[in-house]
Design a binder for this molecule. Structure first.
Ligand SMILES: [Zn+2]
Length: 343
């Protein structure tokens, strides 16, 4: 009896040590030490926790601590991460974001559910879910003032790909990938010479940075070359606006629920004359109620903003720096030129 158990343990270790099973099947984390004996995949501890949420699909055990019977070990031998990938990841749309262990729980859980529970990638026609270039939905947004939930209709078209609100985690990820699909199709049409992988690398990686800041109107810009000739003490009101930074687009809205942006700013790269500074230029006139300033310098002008708290200011500076420190692609030069033409 003991001999049979030893043989079974050895078989388990052998299949566990196969190179195909060296990374978690779901998040690529090295050295997975859990496995699903209904799906036949080797996964990390974190992903095993997510698998526990779909017990009708996946049953997990620790490879180190739990007992594995012969049939379960044989099942792992006959399956494994490579076979599972061939089945459950056979038709992943190119724009679909595949999270890793560095990503948040929401993205990882929806990825695992999409793969095994909804089987979204087993057949090619499932891709239509995201890639018809149009996603429409009714989502609920809690009103800021009265605390009521308000229905908001969202339309994402190939012309205007902007996500502002979402409700449940699966909707967040659906919208996230719908936006990537729209971005992908847009870039594909705009830059037919670019390869799919080149375009994929330009798709939105992170959720948007959003929040309130105050900004000056067009006249409130401090001119760097004719300060002395401008009327002294000219006060320009800083207006509170809702900002959304997505990719290199900074859009602002009078109200977060507004469907259309009041305006937008293209945020380029440092090597192309863009920078972000903490604080406002010395001598800035204007009535602003928030004291934590930041300045975005573009080749054409400076944009002045104020934030309510120091941590808001630092978050925004970090978000802009991340965009600015990234070199611009030839495609982004074209987008910048388009922004200049249309502004
Ligand atoms: Zn994992």
């Amino acid at each position: 009896m003991a001999g049979k158990d030893d043989k079974n343990m050895k078989s388990l270790v052998d299949v566990w040590r196969r190179p195909e099973n060296a990374l978690c099947a779901d998040c690529q984390k090295p050295d997975p030490d859990w496995a699903s004996y209904t799906l036949g995949v080797f996964i990390c501890l974190n992903c095993s926790g997510i698998h526990r949420n779909i017990p009708n699909i996946s049953k997990v055990k620790s490879l180190r601590m739990d007992h594995w019977d012969e049939a379960q070990v044989q099942f792992l031998e006959q399956h494994g991460n490579a076979a599972a990938k061939a089945t459950y990841e056979a038709h992943i749309p190119i724009y679909y974001y595949q999270p890793t262990h560095a990503d948040c729980q929401v993205l990882r859980e929806q990825w695992i559910r999409a793969k095994y529970e909804r089987k979204e990638f087993t057949e090619p026609e499932r891709q239509l879910l995201y890639s018809n270039g149009l996603k429409e939905g009714l989502l609920w947004k809690r009103g800021r003032d009265n605390g009521q939930f308000l229905p908001r209709k969202f339309l994402l078209s190939e012309r205007d790909g902007c996500l502002k609100y979402f409700a449940k985690p699966d909707e967040i990820v659906d919208w996230f990938n719908a936006i990537r699909a729209v971005q992908f199709h847009y870039l594909k049409v705009a830059f037919p010479m670019a390869s799919d992988s080149e375009i994929k690398s330009r798709l939105m990686q992170n959720f948007l940075k959003e929040g309130y800041m105050e900004k000056t109107g067009p006249k409130g810009v401090l001119s760097t070359y004719n300060v002395s000739s401008s009327p002294p003490q000219q006060k320009e009101a800083f207006k509170k606006r809702w900002f959304t930074l997505a990719h290199r687009r900074l859009m602002y809205f009078k109200d977060p629920l507004d469907a259309f942006a009041k305006g937008e700013v293209f945020v380029g790269s440092r090597e192309h004359g863009y920078s972000v500074k903490q604080g406002l230029p010395p001598g800035t006139q204007g009535s602003f109620s928030w004291q934590y300033g930041l300045t975005i310098v573009t080749p054409d002008r400076e944009y002045l903003f104020t934030c309510e708290t120091e941590s808001d200011q630092q978050d925004w500076v970090a978000a802009f720096s991340q965009v600015i420190e990234q070199p611009m692609t030839p495609q982004e030069y074209a987008i910048e030129a388009y922004f200049k033409l249309s502004s």
